[in-house]
Design a protein around this ligand. Sequence first.
Ligand SMILES: [Zn+2]
Length: 383
Amino acid sequence: MEMQEWRRLAIQSIAFFAVVFVSSLGFSQRIQQQLEVGVRAEDYKESQRQKTVSAQEKKEEPTVATKALVEERSNTYIKIPKKAVPTPAKVYLQNKYMDFQVILTFQGVAPGSIDAGDILRVRGYHVSGGIITKKDPAFRKIEVVDQKKQDDENNSIQLKFTLKKAYEPILFESDEAYYISLLSARKAHDKIVVVDAGHGGMDEGTSSANRKYHEKDIVLAVQEKLSRLLDKADMTVYYTRTKDEKVSKKARTRLANALQADLFVSIHCNALQGGVNTFGVETLYAGKNPEYGKLANRELADVILEQVAVSADMKKRGTIKRNGLYLLRHAKVPATIVEIGYMTNQSDMSLLKKEIGQQKIAEGIYQGIVNAMEKGAKGEKNS
Ligand SMILES: [Zn+2]
């Protein structure tokens, strides 16, 4: 089966070159066009390098490329021959990185019209289809989900690929097929930061004394301001949540670890019942040495504390060793939790609830991240 598949691919590529050769005789303009397409894909690749990965809802449309370009980016990819798919009205890819899922949607195609058996998984010279074994290095599961709507135009089929690692997928298409290039995130990006807005959804976190403000909303507001700063920075940033939704602690650390991120910064607010006079910023860290990354946890915690205190003019309460906290215990990358103030204290609260206060805190975290990345780049790890 595999041998046959390989032979078929070989014949296909010979046929492809033959077509290119023949068309080059009569249609040099077409070749020119193909070259331009190739250059465009290269540019695209470059622009992806330091892209900020923000919304998992973002719909990426295919980029035109040759099979050779797809292979040049990564030897691991998915191939869906066009002859196996009715012509769709729209095709797009979503990177649900929190679930290690890549979802390809064919809009405007009839339910039942895509056969899972036609989806090929390529890894170097190894091409397979059908059942995924436990030993498969990249894939866990492939599902074909029909979405039947009232009017046929909005019918769609989703191909859901559940992967074993964190990849940076790109959707390509040629005349012959759709390709989903799977390059490990660590190979795709030089600098990777994971920003984690604590709590969310049913988990509101702590709240102000009057119960009017909740931690989950404040940390998300600070993150939104932080993300605008990080968008312009030369680094790739993944967010564990970008809206009011519940995300497990396990999923948060799993992402940071799978990405082998350079930094993992989790944003929280503090509270002390009966401690109305307790205020200021603190950062938490675990005493162990991270498996990945070039910074000690303590160094990251120090630099974030310093910058938030300066930027927001807050009391510096210190960096506190907390080996037992889930996030810090399970993170294998340099990690810190920044407690951006006490919601039970009035002066901290007046900062936390206002846009200007949130902006200053965000600027402090941003500068801390930038400084920590520079420190890491110099390889100042205490190990
Ligand atoms: Zn919290």
